[in-house]
Design a protein around this ligand. Structure first.
Ligand code: NAP
Length: 254
């Protein structure tokens, strides 16, 4: 692939919000690295769908808890062209528990995937995109969550706190690389219809909560993807360190 090809790497691109982002990135003419952890069938189907529509995508297995896997994902991006964007989307939630019930293993996984993984991916992206390293600039978008403001008591305070770390990382990293051509922003989704709720043991969570949400409905993965695409684009050229609530009004107060 030509080095002029612009590449965006999406962690957890096989399903949900990440898959919606991959589709929209491909529509902008950029090549996409579709990272997935275990669900190869979904990632492969998405890559085929993008190719069918005339886009370029490759599926790369990798667990963001493993540094070696992250390096492999970025090497795949390098092989496609020049990295211009990272979407730190891979994320996990766990079943409802109080903090006084949580195991060390649960906490370790929660922070390894949602926080350390995002940091390591951001590190690799900055090394490639920052002018400090001879790069041509680019954008990073992190997936936060409205839970960082709600705290998610009696559900998953660990997840909410991990997403709080993402808010803080977004601001700090944005300032570190502000003069190096790299913009770093976050979106903070509310309740979005994806399989993440089933993975937390409540498959019907989005539908159940809908009547209590300000807009009386959950959001779609594509509604979040559109905000991410804007933050990655030149239209957001003066936007960095921003945390955009894409929550239909949920948890918008500080
Ligand atoms: P999802 O439907 O559960 O999909 C999760 C994605 O992350 C999948 O592609 C999965 O890969 C991947 N993944 C999980 N663990 C991984 C790991 N260790 N390494 C690499 N990839 C991994 O989730 P979603 O709802 O689209 O959520 C996407 C992001 O938005 C997450 O960061 C989540 O916290 C955030 N968010 C979601 C909501 C919501 O209501 N949906 C609200 C706020 C924030 P496999 O397919 O291989 O399993």
């Amino acid at each position: 692939m030509h080095e002029m090809t612009e590449v965006v790497l999406v962690t957890g691109g096989s399903r949900g919000i990440g898959a919606a982002v991959c589709r929209r990135v491909a529509e902008t003419g950029r090549a996409v690295v579709v990272n997935y952890a275990a669900n190869r069938a979904s990632a492969d189907a998405l890559v085929a769908e993008i190719a069918e529509a005339g886009g370029t995508a490759v599926a790369v297995q990798g667990d963001v808890r493993k540094e070696a896997d992250i390096l492999k994902m970025f090497e795949a991006a390098d092989a496609l062209g020049t990295l211009v964007g990272l979407v730190n989307n891979a994320g996990v939630v766990d079943s409802k528990q109080r903090v006084d019930e949580m195991s060390a293993e649960r906490l370790e996984r929660m922070f390894a995937v949602n926080v350390t993984g995002s940091f390591l991916c951001a590190r690799e992206a900055v090394k490639r995109m920052s002018t400090r390293y001879g790069g041509k600039g680019g954008g990073i978008v992190n997936l936060g969550s409205a839970s960082s403001k709600l705290g998610s008591p009696n559900q998953f305070v660990d997840y909410a706190a991990a997403k709080g770390a993402i808010d803080t990382m977004t601001v700090g990293l944005a300032l570190e690389v502000a003069e190096e051509g790299v913009r770093v922003n976050a979106v903070r989704p509310g309740i979005i219809e994806t399989e993440i709720h089933a993975s937390g043991g409540v498959p019907g969570r989005a539908a159940e909560l809908a009547p209590k949400l300000p807009m009386k409905r959950a959001g779609t993965a594509d509604e979040v993807a559109k905000a991410i695409i804007w933050l990655l684009s030149e239209d957001a050229s003066y936007t960095t360190g921003a945390i955009l609530d894409v929550s239909g009004g949920r948890a918008i107060l500080p």
